[in-house]
Design a protein around this ligand. Sequence first.
Ligand code: DON
Length: 304
Amino acid sequence: MNYKGIIEKVYHDTKRLENHGKIATYIPELANVDPTMFGVHMTSLTGEGFGIGDNLEKFSIQSIAKVLSLTLAYKIVGEKIWKRVDVEPSGTRFDSLLLLEINNGIPRNPFINSGAIVICDILVSHLGNAKEEFLAFVRDVSNLPNLTYSDKIADSEKAHGYRNVALCNFIKSLGNIKNDPTEVLDFYFDMCSLEMNCQQLSYTLTYLANGGLKISDGSEIVSKPQSKRINALMLTCGFYDESGEFAFKVGLPGKSGVGGGIVAVYPHSYTIAVWSPLLNPNGNSYLGMKFLEEFTTQSDFTIF
Ligand code: DON
């Protein structure tokens, strides 16, 4: 299949659409991003790649990093992890407090903010220095030895992240945060501050299309059943209250971030990262969703 031709065509068609999205303004550092940026990069399991547009410009991956923190925590604690966080779609916004009280502080899934904060708590409990060890893990998975957290983004989040502070304290009061909330949040905000470009991001998640194995050397990042479950969670929970719509329109497991990035996984074949900073009302990239819908429709590269 001529996937390069399809990516080029769909990229240009999507770029022509009127973009109805809005930039994330909840922290000043994200509000400064050029709203016209639009990049796409696909990486196949043979390591071959194809990118277009602003695919080599780095951006804040935000919640997409939650796939990596879940991967590390799942690798460390195994199935016990599901006692602390559930595996059901939430049907609510990514930063909602709504269901926590009813569910006794057990977040609906690891990708909404509450769930990702509990995952950070688990990592703080199991690692001597969660920030350093998580970064080392991501450097290894991504083959980016110089990757660092963005202090500007993290500081902006730390100064304005009132809802996340509320979420962490609320879960602590319900008994599902074991460490000091300040320490957990500090790690959470750093985790969300990672920056990559579309090429790096699509490469980083190839292990999820490859049964948990790193494509460069075959080393195991997570086991095959764990990779299956992470993909299942991306399919059912990767887009918050728009997860059903993403599965319906795109037909792939994926994960979005408020920086405007989306990465999608076609098991046994490829990963694709798209970035356009203007977001739809659910906090997902407006053009990114449109691009992926058209791309999987025209290419048949979809699990359905
Ligand atoms: O914690 C937050 O709210 C942000 N750092 C991340 C949220 C996010 O990326 C939601 N994604 N669409």
